[in-house]
Design a protein around this ligand. Structure first.
Ligand code: CMC
Length: 427
């Protein structure tokens, strides 16, 4: 296979290098294109643009394969913990027992937020979306850790702080929203158990930790932990490329995740399932609406920019929903609606032709609901899970000696030069 490609532009030949990744993916390296020809490439939505080289996550959308640092997602979901997977993503290898102990210790002892920050929560309207609180609070951490503003600072302590504090912030935000007293973290608990206690403990009744729920939460967070160059991760890289702080970069990523076409889809799926329930299970009408482009309705939790096969994360989550809900004694009619909807969609030529399959958001909400996470916290849960991936991608970029600020080009289609007309002369 050739490692160069020849382009002919205006009769002039230019040879461009082809870069090959470790899984055989090939890319045309167009870095010299503009200098040599005056042309830029145009690729709306970056559908065909490799924005970086990266050694973190491999995704084969045709085959439905997802690996973190080479390890299959199925093995990590079954055998790892969220903390161990976070270390793997960020530092590139599975930790030794001593490394895991130190990393866990740092997460445990950096879980508190500055008491002044606690008062920020009082300033938010109680009906405000928790993603707004999360993004603001994470951005605010820059003000409490000013050394993070120096791009050459020691990253590791900020990484541990962020990974730990984000869970405290998420739980405090929830407590503020429902008007309950906040619950401080407890050092003797594991990452996920600690979060569940901060969410659900009340003075009248301490939260009883169910290992089954802790395990489920670990799996959910692992499945969301990284997904290479998606909308939010690319945002983190783009903001970080200007040497904005880790906290500022991740705060921007949280905002990008919020939208219903990205991480916000898990909340939107529940609304969709409930609508179908309210219609008395009128799947036919719903599918007709989805296929009618004038309607602007999508089957939420279906389709993916990269997966043209069953999303491996959705496969794990579907099995998990099937086994976990009965074990927790949850009988949710929305799960039956989701199963029916999936079956109908996978037989429908509209979905078959476009290779639209369930994605990670289709079943995750049903599991979050079963473990009592409220719906408007679903996207916050996605953000908690995605945290190590964003951090790993930010760190990889910051340590790259060839790092440059992200700055795309455009093709201008507006007015050409014209003279200013004073207001009296304008009709
Ligand atoms: N329901 C109905 N039609 C769809 C859907 C859907 N969920 N997804 C794609 N299509 C159609 C789309 O209308 C288009 O049809 P046509 O060729 O006739 O114009 C075709 O399939 C290709 O769609 P696209 O919008 O060009 O694909 P994309 O790669 O730009 O968008 C997507 C990917 C995820 C934004 C899209 O599939 C979607 O909106 N899905 C629903 C929202 C959702 O579940 N998002 C979560 C994604 S996974 C979590 C994450 O990582 O963010």
């Amino acid at each position: 296979m050739s490692n160069t490609a020849t382009l002919i532009i205006d009769g002039k030949e230019i040879t461009l290098p082809i870069t090959t990744g470790s899984e055989g993916e090939r890319a045309l390296d167009i870095a010299r294109l503009r200098d040599e020809t005056g042309l830029v490439t145009l690729d709306s939505g970056y559908k065909n643009t490799g924005a970086t080289i990266s050694a973190i996550t491999f995704l084969d959308g045709e085959q439905g394969v997802l690996r973190y640092r080479g390890y299959p997602i199925e093995q990590l979901a079954e055998r790892s913990t969220f903390v161990e997977t976070s270390y793997l993503l960020i530092y590139g290898k599975l930790p030794s027992p001593a490394e895991l102990k130190t990393f866990s210790h740092n997460l445990t002892y950096h879980s508190m937020i500055h008491e002044d920050m606690r008062h920020f929560f009082d300033g938010f309207p109680s009906a405000g979306h928790p993603m707004a609180m999360l993004a603001s609070m994470v951005g605010s951490l820059s003000a409490y850790y000013p050394d993070s503003l120096d791009p050459n600072h020691d990253h590791d302590m900020h990484i541990a702080r962020l990974l730990s504090k984000v869970r405290t912030i998420a739980a405090f935000g929830y407590k503020r929203r429902i008007g309950q007293p906040i619950v401080y973290p407890k050092n003797s608990l594991s990452y996920c158990a600690n979060f569940l206690r901060m969410m659900f403990s009340v003075p009248a009744e301490p939260y009883e930790i169910d290992p089954e729920v802790v395990k489920a939460l670990n799996i959910l967070l692992i499945l969301h932990a990284d997904h290479e160059q998606n909308c939010s991760t690319s945002t983190v890289r783009l903001v970080g490329s200007s040497n904005a702080s880790l906290y500022a970069s991740i705060s921007a990523g949280i905002c990008a995740l919020w939208g219903p076409l990205h991480g916000g889809a898990n909340q939107a799926v529940m609304g969709m399932l409930r609508e179908i329930q309210a219609s008395g299970g009128n799947y036919k009408q719903f599918m007709a609406d989805v296929k009618d482009k004038k309607n602007n309705t999508r089957l939420m939790g279906f389709g993916h920019r990269v997966y043209k096969n069953y999303d491996p994360r959705a496969k794990i989550l579907k099995q998990m929903a099937d086994s976990l809900l009965p074990r927790l004694g949850v009988d949710d009619p929305l799960l039956d609606i989701a199963r029916n909807l999936e079956e109908i969609a996978l037989r429908d030529p509209y979905f078959v032709e476009r290779k639209l399959y369930p994605n990670v958001d289709f079943y995750s909400g049903l599991i979050y609901k079963a473990i009592k996470i409220p719906e408007d916290m679903f996207t916050v849960m996605f953000a908690l899970g995605r945290m190590p991936g964003w951090i790993a991608q930010w760190r990889e970029m910051m340590l790259d000696p060839k790092k440059v600020i992200g700055r795309p080009r455009q093709i201008y289609t507006g007015e050409t030069a014209r003279d200013y007309v004073s207001i009296e002369k304008r009709g």
